[in-house]
Design a protein around this ligand. Sequence first.
Ligand SMILES: Cc1ncc(COP(=O)(O)O)c(C=O)c1O
Length: 369
Amino acid sequence: MVIPERHKKLIAERDHQAGLRQLKGDAQLGVDFFSNDYLGLVHGGAGELVAGRVGSTGSRLLSGDSTLALEVEQNLANFFNGEAALLYQSGYMANLGLLSCVAGRTDTIIYDELVHASIRQGIQLSNSRSFSFKHNDCSDLEVKLQQASSQCYVVVESLYSMDGDWAKLEQIAHLCEAYQALLIVDEAHSTGIIGAHGRGFCQYKELEEKVWARIYTFGKAAGMHGAIVVGDNTLKTFLVNFSKPFIYTTAMAEKDLHLINQVPSLFEKDECRDQLHENIAFFNTEVHRLGLGLFFSRNNSPIQIFMPESASDLLGIADHLQGEGFQVKAIRYPTVPKGLDRIRICLHSFNTSDQITALLYHLKERIHS
Ligand SMILES: Cc1ncc(COP(=O)(O)O)c(C=O)c1O
């Protein structure tokens, strides 16, 4: 994988001036004069750990690192077919942590106009040159790539959270290669739901090697919280040294690390994922059968978008469905662009076909009333 020149330079400078920070795992030997466990609630009176460590007592670079954290990162890197992985407390923090530091002022970040707020905010913090491109529009992406200067990064989501459509990843990866841009893919909504044993969309498309950094989150299909950035060893070293949302925060607690370590074995069971995909196919068949095709985006994903002819009645429709016992939410500006308010329907493995039919039936009844 390409190592950006800026990263090589900053890593070398840091190494020369102040010493490169490295994660070393457990730092428990000796009397604790370094953690933030001021009341000794994590450690016992004599400084031993209280059964089962509750909090991590500090940031990873001070007292909060552990061999467990390093093991979890390596397990996840192996599972997601990457060289290295770095844990963050959430997907929001991972995007902020990655995008705020990878590009310098003269570098360029090009991002799909529909990317998540955490990506936008990370880009803003980076102070680099940045442009959005029209959603999933590779011609527009190419125009923007032609305007890029210095090292260029392209950021997309694999599955768009408010639209439910998939990135045109082959074409995007191809363009990135042609323009020597580094591709970053946020797999928040595809983690666990697609690819071999849920390894995500990059794996499904066999494009992992063409993607410079991938973000997997555990608050969605994995039902936990936390996230990892997967990339090469140099990226991990760079983030450990320059990613402020990684450096200046208390590390994850041991119980969370144990939970996250179960992600590969949870995902390896294919039944729930197979059932989810059956439900998605059934939903689309029912949309067609009930004549609702015009109102739906027809996504082959768990995120289905309903847009009525007039957005003015959207809340009424959502209220009606809620009154009938279906939990759905209207999504409105500024979460989605002005004039494109919608109802977002999230499909799950546990929704029954009767529930899906009933939901669509009530929707049809309401829009024709
Ligand atoms: C595409 C995308 N990235 C990142 C996040 C943030 O993830 P987390 O909820 O783990 O902070 C979200 C959350 O909705 C998301 O949709």
